[in-house]
Design a protein. Sequence first.
Length: 191
Amino acid sequence: MERLKVFDESYTYVKEASRDEVHRQGLWHETFHCWLVDDEFVYIQKRSAVKKDFPNLFDITAAGHILATETIADGIREVEEELGLVVELSQISPKGVVRDVIELPGFLDCEFANVFLYESSFAPNAFSLQQEEVASVHGVNRQALIALFLKEVPTVECTNIFDDTTLEIGLVDFVPHERTYFEQIALLLKQ
């Protein structure tokens, strides 16, 4: 059973709890969010159809919970686990902590998301997806995604990097992060 560190709203450590308890009670906890970007694109994942939470929705390129025994830096394991990319901590840029709350019936996710950018060029053959987690990876024009996250446009085009198929997607197609999360990520992507 996964155990997570629990924090108060000021990001002060309080205790440990199980992942189920954290989500059932809406306790604040830490996550690792890594957005893969290059000069033109931001890469997003489409979550697997078998995921318990938010199947088939688009999301951060690689993300996950920080376990009670881990440091924030240990979250880099998510990039390799989900995408098959081996990344050194020195290759990613820390962008700070973004508070994120997702509230649904019977589910309250209160995260201190430790956000990182991994800037590089990405060839499709570099990826080896964890099929139970990630269905596909899609490239979205960086400026277009910023505009979507700021609600300046209703949809953007994304391209599956493995087969070049394109889709029009909107915020409704993403995991329902709160509006301020998307806005803050847009500002980080502008830098």
